[in-house]
Structure formats: structure tokens, C-alpha cells
Ligand binder design. Structure first.
Ligand code: GLN
Length: 486
């Protein structure tokens, strides 16, 4: 009876749930069955919460029966294992937090809980969100649902794969330098990184606090709009969170792109990128023109410095944020000795190689005598990158670009070469440095059948316009949606 319900979009499920044509219990059962069937090989989840999910579904059914239930009531979601979830272990895919059970919910989790959403479990990721492939997980990599020899992308690879494989209806991720957008592109789903400050980060395990932002993964643009409305809004527990009112993002959909100006930055079409990726993005631009938009050439001249700038700022912030894992307050505790030995043993055993590399790079960049040469200079470059976008948005409403230079690469292909791995962020990180909103939606497939993602970037708090432009492409039916063959 519940067969196939896991394939519904949130918008479809919401309609069927409120008409009482399906129950939240059936819908949740369908997702749990799918998870049970796929997980042995997909590894998108670190923790599955079967009993809790069914209890939440039953509670949602009671609310739905009473009428007037909120938008996400009874909708089964997957949560990146970076969000604190009360009573459910939260590992950040690290050995150091392998047994950490938070006593509280992150603000976004509390919001979803009060909507009546169902939490299926916690998804796999790169340890502490550091990576682009989910290979830096203490729980093993998540393969790409379209091809098990390829990566799902990272760091929110588990969430992207879970949505692509229809193990859930939507998922939560975080994006510090591309961790929602790159896996969304690699797995052929929609992913949205809101403006910095739009969504609370309270209870989200910190990586780089001036860059981290929370956002949704979804099967379609409408679902991303539905989720964003619930996630966004002021939070007294996060001082960086804006008081700006939250618009009804769904209302922006359907307006088309007639008369809109789409900026095309030539710095985002680089030599060495996979020709099929460039062709798919240029094809989408042609299509936008046929729908009545105008395309204008814009320039983001400091793009070439973005990776160096990001990997100084992000590692510097990470080295400070990760100092709290000392074997005393949280998680894994190494064999006792004197205090310094306890710190050293706990951290040596608890952190993986990439996390250690980032802590060392960041500590170095912040150390006396080097601060001005590295960290301070990177902050100045960050200002230039932000100014590039301000100039570009004087000429256009949204920017369209590729998400990554290639489609999903092979598992193992880049893991031994950190610089190669960092280069896969080339089109995503300047958005985080500038604090802007951006989203990804499918725009085609390469010759091996791997998805290609189109990236849209908007001015600060331009999420409505961005969703409108994304929706126009999706609604036009230009991109046929191929589900992964699993
Ligand atoms: N790949 C980037 C990094 O490793 C971005 C990760 C992220 O957005 N969390 O830092």
C-alpha cells in the first residue's frame, strides 16, 4: 500500500496528507523500507531512527486528522549529522563525537519538530564538513546513486544521495564552501544555500563560523521553497541571525523570467572544465533567452584568488572552533596522563587526517608573525570578492554559472591530493566569502549518465528571485529528470 510513496515530492505529499488520502505512517514506512533496502550499499545514513520516526509519524497523523496542520507535518526528512538532535547521537562523521548524544535540538531541528516533520535519521558527511566527496567520513564514503564508483559529493553527500535515491522527501545540509551545492549537482537534486544570516546556526556544529550556512536539499524547486520558509527566521540564540521578515518563497514561483537579466561571469567558464558541463550550462542560458530573459556578460575579476582566500579563512576559523574537542568536555577521551597528554591523545585518536591538516594550516595562518601575511590579507581579498559581486549585480538580477568543473569524480580519484580536491570548490566558495544566496538544480547529464547542476547566485536576500528563475527552468520541462537506476 505504501509502495512508491517515498518517491513523492513534498508538495505532492502535503496535498495527499491533508486530503487524508495517505497517512504519515505509510509515507514514513515507505521511506524506512527504501532505506532498509538501499543502505547496506548506499551508506547515506550514519544513524537511522526507525522507532522515533514512526512515533513522530503517528503524532503527525493525529495533527493532520485534527485539520490545519503546518506545511511539513508528516513529511519524512533526513538530517545531516552536523545538526544537534536531542537524544539522537550526532557524530559530525568523526570518531571524536562517535558517541555524542546532544541534550538539545539545533534551532532548525526545533522548528521542523514543531511543524510535525518526521526525522528518519542522520546522514553521512565529510568529517566536520571538511571535504568535497564524503570520503573524509569516519563511517566510510557515500557512493553516488547514479554510479557506485563515483562520489556523492561533499560535505553533505549523505543528504544529497538520500534525496536522489528517494530514501526521504527532503534533507538538511550545510554549506561553508559548496557543501550543499556540489553534492546536489553530483546527485541531480535541488540544493539551496541561503544568504548568510538568513537561517540560524544555533546547534549546528561549527566549522567556519563566518561562512557556515544551513539549507535544504529537495527533489524540486517548490520543495526547496517550502523548506526554506520553515528554516529561515530570527533566532535569539544566534546573534548573527537576521530579523528580516521571512517571505512566502512559494509565492515567487511561476512568475517566469521575462525581462530579467541573467549575468554570465566569464571567469566561471575555465579551461580544463568538462566540456559537457559547459555545454549544459550554456544550453540552459540559451533556454532562458528563449523564455524571455536577457543574458549579460559580467566579470568577477578576483575569482582566481577565492580558493587561496577561503582555505586561509576557513582553516583559521576551524582551528579555533575545533579547540573545544579536548577530551574533557566532549566525546572521545584518550588514555589519561597529565592534562597535555590527555589533549594530545584524545585529538590524535579522534580526528581524521583532513581535519588535522586543516587545524594545522589554520593554526599556522593565525600564529604570531604570520597573521598579517595570511589571515589579514585573506580578509582583504574577501572584501574584493564581495565587491566584485556588488558590481556584477548592478548589471543583472541573478548570475548563472556551473556548480563544479566536472560531474561526480571517481571514489579515490582525488583523496590523496588535497589541492585537487580543493579545486573542485572553485565555482562555489566565492559565494560563501561574499555571504550570498545560491542554489543548484539539474540541467542535464553527461555521456556517462551523471547529473550536471546549474548554479544560480543572487544578491543578498534575493532568494525569492533566485527561486523564481530556477522554477522557470524546471517548469519549462527542458530537463528530463532521470531517476538513478537502483
Ligand atoms: N569543500 C569545502 C571544504 O572542504 C567546502 C565544505 C563545506 O561547504 N562544508 O572546506
Amino acid at each position: 500500500m505504501s509502495e512508491g510513496l517515498n518517491r513523492l515530492t513534498i508538495a505532492e505529499a502535503r496535498r495527499l496528507l491533508s486530503a487524508r488520502e495517505i497517512s504519515a505512517h505509510e509515507l514514513t514506512r515507505a521511506c524506512l523500507d527504501r532505506i532498509a533496502a538501499l543502505e547496506p550499499s548506499l551508506n547515506a545514513f550514519v544513524t537511522v531512527c526507525e522507532r522515533e520516526a514512526l512515533e513522530q509519524a503517528d503524532a503527525a497523523d493525529r495533527r493532520l486528522a485534527a485539520g490545519g496542520a503546518p506545511a511539513l507535518c508528516g513529511i519524512p526528512l533526513a538530517i545531516k549529522d552536523i545538526f544537534a538532535t536531542r537524544g539522537v547521537r550526532t557524530t559530525c562523521a568523526s570518531r571524536i563525537l562517535a558517541d555524542f548524544v546532544p541534550a538539545y535540538d539545533a534551532t532548525v531541528i526545533a522548528r521542523l519538530r514543531s511543524e510535525g516533520a518526521v526525522f528518519l535519521g542522520k546522514t553521512n558527511m565529510d568529517e566536520f564538513a571538511m571535504g568535497s566527496s564524503t570520503e573524509n567520513s569516519a563511517f566510510g564514503p557515500t557512493p553516488n546513486p547514479y554510479n557506485r564508483e563515483r562520489v556523492a559529493g561533499g560535505s553533505s553527500g549523505g543528504s544529497a544521495a538520500a534525496v536522489a535515491a528517494a530514501e526521504c522527501l527532503g534533507a538538511l545540509g550545510t554549506d561553508t564552501g559548496g557543501s550543499i551545492r556540489e553534492p546536489a549537482a553530483f546527485c541531480g537534486v535541488v540544493g539551496l544555500k541561503p544568504t548568510y544570516s538568513r537561517v540560524s546556526r544555533y546547534g549546528v556544529i561549527a566549522y567556519a563560523s563566518s561562512l557556515d550556512q544551513v539549507g535544504p536539499f529537495a527533489k524540486c524547486v517548490t520543495d526547496a521553497a517550502i523548506m526554506l520558509r520553515v528554516l529561515a527566521g530570527i533566532d535569539p540564540r544566534d546573534a548573527t541571525c537576521t530579523a528580516r521578515p521571512v517571505p512566502d518563497y512559494e509565492q515567487a514561483l511561476g512568475a517566469g523570467v521575462k525581462g530579467l537579466r541573467i549575468g554570465v561571469p566569464h571567469e566561471f567558464f575555465v579551461e580544463g572544465m568538462q566540456p559537457e558541463v559547459e555545454a549544459a550550462v550554456r544550453g540552459a542560458l540559451d533556454h532562458y533567452r528563449s523564455l524571455g530573459a536577457e543574458t549579460v556578460a559580467v566579470s568577477l575579476p578576483h575569482t582566481g584568488y577565492a580558493i587561496a582566500c577561503y582555505y586561509l579563512i576557513a582553516t583559521a576559523e576551524a582551528s579555533a572552533n575545533l579547540a573545544r574537542y579536548d577530551g574533557v568536555r566532549y566525546g572521545l577521551r584518550g588514555a589519561a596522563g597529565d592534562l597535555l597528554a590527555l589533549y594530545c591523545r584524545s585529538r590524535a585518536a579522534g580526528f581524521g587526517a583532513e581535519v588535522k591538516r586543516r587545524i594545522m594550516l589554520g593554526t599556522f595562518a593565525l600564529s604570531a608573525g604570520y597573521y598579517d601575511a595570511y589571515y589579514l590579507k585573506a580578509q582583504k581579498v574577501r572584501t574584493l570578492i564581495r565587491a566584485d559581486f556588488e558590481r556584477a549585480f548592478a548589471q543583472c538580477d541573478v548570475i548563472v554559472a556551473p556548480t563544479a568543473p566536472t560531474t561526480a569524480f571517481r571514489i579515490g580519484e582525488k583523496i590523496a591530493d588535497p589541492l585537487q580536491m580543493y579545486l573542485s570548490d572553485i565555482f562555489t566558495i566565492s559565494v560563501n566569502l561574499a555571504g550570498l544566496p545560491a542554489m543548484v538544480l539539474p540541467c542535464g547529464y553527461d555521456g556517462d549518465g551523471l547529473p550536471i547542476g546549474l548554479q544560480l547566485i543572487a544578491p543578498a536576500f534575493g532568494e525569492q528571485r533566485m527561486l523564481q528563475v530556477a522554477d522557470a527552468l524546471e517548469r519549462s520541462g527542458r530537463v528530463e529528470r532521470r531517476e538513478p537506476a537502483i
